[in-house]
Design a binder for this molecule. Structure first.
Ligand code: BG6
Length: 507
């Protein structure tokens, strides 16, 4: 396929700013649980630093890191600086890094011990007084899922979450492990925080291209014209990865691709693709539109799961030129594990706009390439016309590349004068990825502002679990085949057949 044009389509930040009201930032305390962990080092500290460079942190912010290890404030600040040097998307600036890290303090905390929280409260309050900060507290739980309940209960018991200002709680996925555990967790969190105060992070919603889906449609009427349901044949959402399970066997062998990626990231992408652009781009309206989509998903019965769902597991192979072991040989994976490392599904949204238009979603580890993208395939009226059978006319495609590259492209057919045949050609509108902020930057910035547009509402999470629950049960009962696929391939062949039956193929 050839690229005939590459033009800058949109400066994402400008569109975002133009369409969404920016709020003034309140002074606040950010309390970070898991401050010595991987996410904090790789993503959160660099995100905060880049927000700082862009003047997007509040004028007064006290950041308190918590962990089990004993560190002095100075050592902790040095660790923060080291993580910036290693992971910040923009280089550390010697003239301001000292000022940035001076906002950080450290406190050792035993999350299980209620008494331990009184030391934390003292530190929060003394910093609030010292810096003249109102009691606005943002709690970020970058911790193992099993600690979320106990931490929120102890925040409440110790009265840290009883503030005179606002309070907000950011929680990472996974939110529960099935419908019931998610409901239980939500009920427990609701004792200390109300829905307005809970920010459920799905980092796919922080990806600039995902955030831009609605504004792109809104600001480019030509795209809205193309999004004409009568002309769409199907929608395909892919999140393929080359990595394996890294050092996360303990978690992943229980979760599988279905919980790790499908229930959250893929269904969120589906909602963002299918939603109608609300009149005002407010958080409430966007969440309402998304909820209507997930609510309208046609249920999949457990007995029928095998017709619509493909699960797979990688075997040894070669990825990006390097030999890799199979899933079952990965350290920490239980013997003969039947866990899914690949998941594909066909879904229907029962709304007047999307009725009978299939949505295909797929994700997998150890695939041939890293790519997250959404492809809208348009109806090809020449497909069944014998006169054009051999002309090589492809359906038009509208392609949103989300990761690692960001672009929007339109696949059109151009006639090659020498062969007299049509050839598929991409018209690409590129977005300059170098200047794009990272997911965590955008999401943290929104949370600091109190903008919930790109956080998952409880109803979205609950309805996603409700849709996936029968499939989870079918997996648990081993009611559908587990297709092996070689590492480095495009996934199990059965996933190709899922679309072939409908007369389509994966793009
Ligand atoms: C995480 C999953 O949520 O998303 C990981 O737990 C996965 O297993 C990751 O690798 C993929 O994210 P991204 O941004 O690299 O596509």
């Amino acid at each position: 396929m050839e690229n005939i044009a590459a033009v800058d389509l949109v400066d994402s930040e400008n569109y975002k700013n133009a369409s969404r009201q920016k709020n003034k930032l309140d002074e606040m305390t950010l309390v970070l649980f898991g401050a010595t962990g991987d996410l904090a080092q790789r993503k959160l500290f660099p995100a905060l630093y880049n927000l700082y460079l862009d003047g997007k942190l509040p004028n007064a912010i006290s950041i308190i890191g918590l962990g089990r290890t004993n560190y002095s404030n100075r050592v902790f600040q040095m660790n923060v600086e080291t993580s910036l040097r290693e992971f910040s998307r923009r280089p550390v600036q010697p003239e301001n890094v000292e000022e940035f890290v001076s906002k950080f303090r450290y406190c050792v905390l035993d999350v299980f011990n209620e008494a331990s929280y009184s030391g934390l409260l003292e530190l929060i309050q003394s910093r609030e007084q010292e810096m003249g900060i109102a009691e606005n507290r943002l709690f970020y739980l970058s911790v193992a899922p099993n600690l979320v309940e106990i931490i929120t209960a102890n925040l409440q018991a110790s009265k840290i979450s009883e503030t005179k200002g606002w309070k907000r709680l950011i929680v990472e996925k996974p939110f529960g492990t099935d419908l019931q555990t998610a409901r239980e967790l939500n009920e427990k969190l609701s004792k200390a925080f109300n829905e307005e105060e809970i920010y459920r992070i799905d980092h796919y919603l922080g990806k600039p291209m995902v955030q831009n889906l609605e504004t792109l449609k809104f600001a480019n009427p030509i795209l809205e014209l193309l999004w004409n349901h009568d002309q769409i044949a199907n929608v395909q959402i892919t999140a393929s990865e080359t990595v394996g399970i890294e050092k996360r066997a303990g978690y992943y062998d229980q979760a599988g691709a279905i919980r790790d990626m499908a229930q959250n990231h893929l269904l969120q992408l589906l909602m963002m693709t299918a939603l109608d652009i609300p009149v005002n781009l407010t958080a409430k309206e966007v969440q309402q539109e998304k909820r209507e989509i997930v609510e309208a998903l046609r249920p999949i019965l457990k007995e029928e799961a095998s017709k619509h769902i493909i699960r797979g597991q990688y075997t040894a192979g070669e990825v990006l030129g390097k030999p890799v072991i199979g899933y079952q040989e990965e350290p920490g994976v239980i013997e003969e594990s039947k866990n899914d490392t690949y998941f594909a599904a066909r879904l229907y949204i029962e709304t007047s706009a999307w009725r009978n238009i299939p949505f295909y979603i797929r994700t997998g580890k150890r695939l041939e390439q890293k790519s997250t993208r959404i492809v809208i395939e348009f109806k090809n009226k020449w497909k069944d016309n014998p006169a054009f059978k051999d002309e090589g006319i492809n359906p038009n495609l509208l392609i949103f590349e989300i990761n690692p590259n960001e672009s929007v492209s339109l696949l059109v057919n151009l006639k090659n004068p020498s062969t007299e045949k049509y050839e598929p050609t991409n018209i690409t509108f590129s977005v300059n990825s170098n200047i794009q902020p990272e997911s965590y930057e955008l999401l943290l910035s929104d949370a600091l502002e109190g903008d919930k547009t790109f956080f998952a509402h409880w109803k979205e999470v609950e309805l996603s679990w409700a849709w996936i629950q029968p499939v989870l049960e079918a997996f648990q009962e081993d009611a559908l085949p587990l297709h092996p696929y070689s590492a480095g391939s495009s996934g199990p062949e059965a996933a190709d057949r899922l679309l072939e039956k409908d007369g389509f193929c994966w793009w």
